[in-house]
Write a protein that binds this ligand. Sequence first.
Ligand SMILES: [Zn+2]
Ligand SMILES: [Zn+2]
Length: 179
Amino acid sequence: MLIAWDFKPWRLVDYRLDTEQRDGDNERYDYWIIILRPDGLDMDQAAHSRDVHLRGRVSKVMPGDPITGNFDRLHEHYGLCVHCGELLPCRDRMAEQQALLQTEYMARYETPGVCPECLEPVTDRQDRETFPNIYVPLGPDVTFHAGRKKCRQAMEQYRGKAGQPDSRLKLDGGRSLTG
Ligand SMILES: [Zn+2]
Ligand SMILES: [Zn+2]
């Protein structure tokens, strides 16, 4: 069986229950020693490669297979990055995607008067609340639709992150949403 671990492919050699207690063990778990060997090495490399012994845990209440409980299984035809040799998506690729997501996320908070949740303008007639921008440095104030369910949920999350207690809310149009 092939297993993905630490962005590399491994072949499962063996696994057994670890009966030895160690510091920090939680009595609600059974601990397993799992032995993995690097996959995809030729004979020469294999002679110098070392198996790794990993310790995984499985809940006693909801026992499961220690392999699937701790690792991702790998298809025999796995893909490696031609640049760094790691399993795809490799760490570089993931960092890239993360940065892209971050940029897209910030873009939601860059247009004044546009609700970051639904990306539609907030009109004067709509219930709304405005907050300081916590995502874009020196960015415009952020206005949410307070009357749309989904926007309202996002707004409450934002309120929490912005650290604004209810009493200090800046309400638009002098209307109180609760009263
Ligand atoms: Zn790579
Ligand atoms: Zn909205």
